[in-house]
Design a protein around this ligand. Structure first.
Ligand code: GTP
Ligand code: MG
Length: 361
């Protein structure tokens, strides 16, 4: 899974990227803020950590997300091939919105997250619209030469997209059939990607409360509740300090701000929910590991996420909830108690399931 980090100049994009990926940027990268930085973040998962405590495996493997930090967004930047190329290929966008006040760091006009969100959204729409128009011109010519049902369907869909964009609505809010989605996929439209607005707020002593109140304070409840959108708040400054600490120090530091967990944990969880992703686990003395799958995935396809052979030779999945397994204390206990279920191919894997795939071959 790939996520692009976008936003206006000096909103805190690179700071967020660095804390998420714990990347130490090279001198070169720091000197060239307009080049894209790519990094991988481990997805924190308390459930997996607790399972690992039970199994003491040789190896512990979290899932990961790839982040791309591109330079500040704008109509000009969106005309650059390299810039837009980096954004087209991501599965989702994180839009870092400046809500912190700091006179030393320039910002256009007063702090106004909703205005910034609308401006960036507009840039995405304009970029998509120009792409739609280009394709439509071509389609008109082609249709004059030859009538084809496939081209006609595409034409119809793009006309609908055009009208939608012209009414200043992003494509992520346009209703589409599965077939339409497939037809439009190749364009990799920017305004079609799910988006998480991340408010970067000022550090305060009662940060826990400030983070909770931030979405309402900046009137983002409405934009966050739209289709394929969400919002979260973080304080970049505090997170940056956290990322340099040991786990024990971090826990103490968090509680001094009245926080139960790092803002990053919440942020990553929200982006999972936004993308309709869940995790299942495999456990053992060799390795405890988390795997990412879309919601409503069947057991046989979940097996395929581990290895294609497991999908081909799937027989059954021994299944138990991560919390039930912890409670039982071991797989043997769980089996004796009869809470280890045998599920077939069509079982819909649930978030937090621990699976053991039985296979032939
Ligand atoms: N006070 C304060 N400063 C912050 C915070 N987050 C980031 N900054 C500072 O704001 C400046 C810009 O941060 P960056 O992370 O480089 O922002 P950016 O969006 O990547 O900027 P460009 O790539 O130049 O558009 C830096 O000096 C950061 O240290 C915050 O939460 N509070
Ligand atoms: Mg930057």
């Amino acid at each position: 899974m790939k996520t692009g980090i976008i936003g206006l100049p000096q909103a805190g994009k690179t700071s967020l990227f660095r804390i998420l990926t714990k990347a130490h940027l090279s001198e070169h990268a720091l000197a060239h803020p307009r080049e894209a930085h790519v990094g991988i973040a481990k997805v924190p998962d308390d459930r997996l950590d607790r399972l690992a405590a039970l199994f003491s495996p040789k190896k512990l493997t979290h899932t990961s997300v790839e982040y791309v930090d591109v330079g500040a967004i704008g109509q000009e930047a969106l005309k650059e091939t390299a810039y837009i190329g980096h954004l087209r290929i991501v599965d989702a966008l994180i839009h870092v919105v400046r809500a912190f006040t700091d006179d030393a760091i320039p910002h256009v006009g007063p702090i106004d997250p909703l205005r910034d969100i609308q401006n960036v959204e507009f840039d995405l729409l304009v970029s998509d619209l120009s792409q739609v128009e280009k394709r439509l011109e071509r389609l008109v010519k082609d249709l004059r030469k030859m009538r084809s049902p496939e081209l006609e369907k595409e034409n119809e869909l793009l006309l609908k997209a055009k009208a939608h964009l012209e009414s200043e609505k992003p494509l992520r809010e346009m209703e589409m059939t599965a077939e339409d989605k497939k037809r439009i996929r190749g364009f990799m439209f920017l305004s079609e990607k799910p988006i998480l607005y991340v408010l970067n707020i000022t550090e305060t002593p009662e940060l826990g409360k400030a983070l909770e109140a931030a979405i309402a304070k900046y009137n983002l409840a409405d934009v966050a509740s739209r289709a394929n959108a969400g919002a979260a708040a973080i304080c970049g400054k505090v997170e940056a300090e956290l990322s340099e600490m040991s786990d024990a120090d971090a826990a103490e530091f968090l509680s001094s701000y009245g926080l139960a967990e790092s803002g990053l944990t919440r942020l990553i969880r929200k982006s999972y929910a936004l993308l309709g992703l869940i995790s299942f686990f495999t456990v053992g003395e060799d390795e405890c590991r988390a795997w990412t799958i879309p919601v409503h995935t069947r057991a046989v396809e979940a097996a395929g996420a581990i290895h294609t052979d497991l999908q081909t030779h799937f027989i059954r999945a021994e299944t138990i909830g991560w919390d039930q397994l912890l409670e039982a204390g071991s797989e043997a206990n769980a089996r004796a108690k009869g809470i280890l279920r045998l599920e077939g191919k069509d079982y819909i894997v649930q978030d937090g399931d621990v699976l053991h795939i039985r296979h032939s071959g």
